[in-house]
Ligand binder design. Structure first.
Ligand SMILES: NC(=O)c1ccc[n+]([C@@H]2O[C@H](COP(=O)([O-])OP(=O)(O)OC[C@H]3O[C@@H](n4cnc5c(N)ncnc54)[C@H](OP(=O)(O)O)[C@@H]3O)[C@@H](O)[C@H]2O)c1
Length: 271
């Protein structure tokens, strides 16, 4: 695929943050869009503004993707609207940070349902037509934390490691069909993500002080879309993030225990 002009791109988690940045960028590149998230009003507003601005078609499907059968429902709704998806952006995701045993099991299960199960299900439903057409593909939003075990983020980090390995494995299966799978691995990005991940304001401030440099969603998305067009299996936006991720990989090779303990000292909510 050389460009997104006239392609149809489905973006999950399109109502805010990185997902909204995907939608704005892709509309500017001439893509028709299918927007998915729970907030119907936000999706409709975004669709109305951007379809007029860029003369593209935008359809909205408000859905809770953490509900077991909603990926299949979405697939059926998209098909019955006579839409065919060239590119799927699995972006919707949530995080919870804190002591594992003090967290709510329902929150962890919801996170696994959204960050893992929905990603696998949507890929499973939309990928065969891409393979048949020999084009397009999937961008899965993972994270730099997918490379690095981090105490106090165990379940979230586990979901993002899954997305990274799943995407790269699938990239290896699909490239012979002319279909690209790219894992986009941002570091801390300026969105609403941490309001859900760390609901306590003081704890959130402390966490953010430990990672003062945040990236803009627009930058993350621009890098992600260009990497996809170049057929990359994964991409880490920003040189500093790229280097620190690879240095942490080296320390994991030589001193895995030490690297995990160091990460834990950064993210311990009691310190
Ligand atoms: N921000 C960061 O520092 C960072 C870093 C690395 C990776 N990421 C990843 O980037 C992705 C996007 O997060 P973000 O930072 O843009 O956060 P965000 O601003 O909170 O956006 C999350 C999006 O997911 C949607 N969503 C949440 N629960 C949903 C559900 N059950 N069903 C359908 N949609 C749902 C939200 O819309 P509704 O509430 O309207 O449903 C929203 O559009 C996530 O996968 C996250 O793990 C973020």
């Amino acid at each position: 695929m050389r460009s997104f002009q006239d392609a149809t791109v489905l973006v999950t988690g399109a109502s805010s943050g990185i997902g909204e940045a995907f939608v704005r960028n892709l509309a500017g590149r001439g893509a028709n869009l299918i927007l998915v998230a729970r907030s119907a009003d936000k999706l409709e507003q975004l669709a109305q503004t951007l379809s007029q601005q860029h003369n593209v078609r935008i359809d909205c499907f408000p859905l809770d993707l953490a509900v077991a059968d909603s990926p299949e429902t979405l697939f059926e709704q998209v098909n019955s609207s006579n839409l065919s998806v060239d590119v799927l952006v699995n972006n919707a995701g949530i995080g919870y940070w804190g002591n594992f045993t003090e967290g709510e099991i329902r929150n962890f299960q919801q996170m696994i349902d959204l960050n893992v199960r929905a990603v696998v299900s949507l890929s499973y439903f939309f990928l065969p037509a891409m393979i048949q057409r020999r084009g397009g593909g999937i961008i899965n939003v993972s994270s730099v934390v997918g490379f690095q075990p981090i105490p106090y983020g165990s379940v979230y980090v586990g979901t993002k490691a899954f997305v990274l390995h799943y995407s790269e494995s699938l990239w290896g299966e699909c490239r012979k069909h002319g279909v690209t799978i790219t894992a986009l691995c941002p570091s801390t990005t300026n969105t609403n993500f941490f309001q859900v991940a760390i609901p306590d304001e003081r704890a959130r401030e402390i966490r953010m002080q430990k990672t003062p440099k945040t990236q803009s969603p627009d930058f993350v998305v621009e890098v992600g879309l260009n990497a996809f067009l170049r057929g990359k299996n994964h991409v880490i936006p920003g040189l500093a993030s790229y280097l620190s991720t690879h240095i942490s990989q080296l320390s994991l090779v030589f001193a895995r225990r030490l690297a995990v303990t160091f990460a834990g000292s950064l993210f311990d909510p009691d310190k």
